[in-house]
Write a protein that binds this ligand. Structure first.
Ligand SMILES: Cc1ncc(COP(=O)(O)O)c(C=O)c1O
Length: 399
C-alpha cells in the first residue's frame, strides 16, 4: 500500500494537515469497519458466555492478541491488553515488590507516564536515580551503567522521546540492565508501528505500548509485554471478574498471567480494532513505514531549521518522527493556533506531558515547544506547506 492508499482510508486527511501522530493517530476505515462489525454483528462479552456470539467475540480478541504479540516478537501469553501505555507502566510500577533501599534508574527526559509511576515509589523508600540526557535528549548508555548499582532493581527508558524525537539505544541499555541484574522496562509509545520492534532484542523484561498511536489502532487501547520469566513477580492490584480460577468465602486462587491482569470487561471493540490495525500496518509493511518516516523526519527538520527566528530541538541525525521547534519570542500555543486557523495544520504545543524534558532543553519559560509528528500518511507537500506557513508566522511575529 502506498501513502495515497492510506490517505484514501482516512477521510479527515482531506480536511486538515494532521501532524500530531505522537498524541494519537487517525483511524483508517478498515479498522473502524472491524469495530463496526463487532457492534453490528457479534456484540457480546468475552471469556464468559457459551453462546456463539460470545464465542466469536472471545475468539476475535484472542486473535488480536496473537497479532499484537507476533508484531513485537512475543508470545500471546506475555501480553496484557490495557487501555493505554500509561496503564501498562503503572501495572509494573505498582505490581513489582519494590522495598525500601531499592533503586530505580530513569532518564530525565521521560514522558510523565514513564516518570511519575517511578517517582511515586519514593513513598515506599525506593531511591529514584535520574540520568541526565545530553542537550539533544540522547541518553549515553555508559552513564546508565555508571548510575545503576547493586541496589538497582529496574531501569526504565523511553525508546523515542515524545518531546524531542530523540532515539535511544534501547538494545544497549537492555544489555546494561541484564549485566547489572536489573529488570528492564522500555516505553515504546513513540516507536511501535513506526519501525520493526523486537522485545527480545531489546532484552526487555517489560515493554509498554499504545494501540492508538503508531499502529493506527483506536483510542482506549494499549498493551503490556511481560517476559514469561518475570510474570510471577508481578502482583495485580485490580481484582474481580476474569482474574480468578476459584473463589471460596474466605479465599481465592488467581488466574495465571496475563488473565489476572485483565479484570472486568475490557475494550472489546477496541482490541478487535487493534488487531485489524496490526493487519493494516503489516499490509503496508513496517519497513516501508520506517523508511518513509526517516525521509520525512529529515525533510521536516531541514524545512523548519532553515527559517529565520526558528529554533529546532534535537540532533537531526538522531531523531525519528518528531520535530520540536519554537519561533523565537512566541508562545508555542499561539503558533499552533495560527497554524490551525490559517492552514488547518494540527500540531501539539506546550510541554507534551514531559515537563522535565522541556526544562532540560530550556524551553519551559517559553511555554514548551511546538511539536510536529508524522506517520506514513503524511507527504512532502504537507511538510512544505508547514514550512511556508511557519516562515510567514516567524516573519510577522517572531524576533
Ligand atoms: C513516550 C510516551 N510514553 C507514554 C505515553 C502515554 O501514552 P498513553 O496516552 O497511551 O497512555 C506517551 C503519550 O504520548 C508517550 O509519548
Amino acid at each position: 500500500m502506498e501513502t495515497a492508499d492510506v490517505r484514501a482510508d482516512i477521510p479527515l486527511l482531506d480536511k486538515v494537515i494532521y501532524m500530531d501522530a505522537a498524541s494519537t493517530t487517525p483511524t483508517p476505515r478498515p479498522v473502524v469497519e472491524a469495530m463496526c462489525d463487532y457492534f453490528y454483528n457479534y456484540n457480546a462479552n468475552t471469556g464468559r458466555g457459551a453462546y456463539s456470539l460470545a464465542i466469536k467475540a472471545t475468539q476475535k480478541v484472542v486473535d488480536a492478541k496473537l497479532k499484537v504479540a507476533n508484531f513485537i516478537n512475543a508470545l500471546p501469553e506475555e501480553v496484557v491488553f490495557t487501555k493505554n501505555t500509561t496503564e501498562a507502566i503503572n501495572i509494573v510500577a505498582n505490581g513489582l515488590p519494590f522495598k525500601k533501599g531499592d533503586s530505580i534508574v530513569v532518564p530525565n527526559i521521560e514522558h510523565h507516564s514513564n516518570f511519575l509511576p517511578w517517582l511515586n515509589l519514593r513513598k515506599k523508600g525506593v531511591e529514584i536515580k535520574v540520568v541526565k540526557a545530553d542537550s539533544n535528549g540522547i541518553i549515553d548508555p555508559s552513564i546508565v551503567a555508571e548510575t545503576a548499582d547493586d541496589k538497582t532493581r529496574l531501569i526504565a527508558v523511553t525508546h523515542i522521546s515524545n518531546a524531542l524525537g530523540a532515539v535511544q539505544d534501547v538494545n544497549e541499555i537492555g544489555q546494561i540492565a541484564r549485566e547489572n541484574d536489573s529488570l528492564y522496562l522500555v516505553d515504546a509509545a513513540q516507536s511501535i508501528g513506526h519501525m520493526p520492534l523486537d522485545v527480545k532484542k531489546m532484552n526487555a523484561d517489560f515493554a509498554a505500548f499504545p494501540g492508538h498511536k503508531g499502529t493506527l489502532g483506536p483510542v482506549g487501547t494499549g498493551f503490556l509485554y511481560c517476559d514469561q520469566k518475570q510474570s510471577e513477580k508481578l502482583e495485580t492490584i485490580s481484582l474481580g471478574g476474569g482474574t480468578v480460577l476459584n473463589v471460596s468465602e474466605d479465599d481465592f486462587q488467581l488466574e495465571s498471567f496475563p488473565g489476572r491482569f485483565e479484570s472486568g470487561t475490557g475494550n472489546i471493540a477496541g482490541f478487535i480494532g487493534l488487531g485489524a490495525s496490526i493487519d493494516y500496518i503489516n499490509r503496508i509493511g513496517i519497513g516501508k513505514i520506517e523508511k518513509h518516516g526517516e525521509k520525512l523526519t529529515k525533510e521536516l527538520y531541514s524545512e523548519l531549521s532553515r527559517i529565520e527566528n526558528v529554533t529546532c530541538y534535537g540532533d537531526p541525525q538522531n531523531i525519528y518522527g518528531i520535530v520540536s521547534f519554537n519561533i523565537n519570542n512566541m508562545h508555542p500555543h499561539d503558533v499552533a493556533k495560527i497554524l490551525d486557523e490559517v492552514r488547518g495544520i494540527c500540531v501539539r504545543s506546550g510541554h507534551h506531558c514531559a515537563i522535565p524534558a522541556i526544562k532540560h532543553i530550556g524551553a519551559y519559560e517559553q511555554g514548551g515547544t511546538v511539536r510536529t509528528s508524522i506517520h506514513y500518511y503524511n507527504t512532502a507537500e504537507e511538510i512544505q506547506m508547514l514550512g511556508e506557513t511557519v516562515e510567514e508566522i516567524a516573519k510577522t511575529f517572531g524576533a
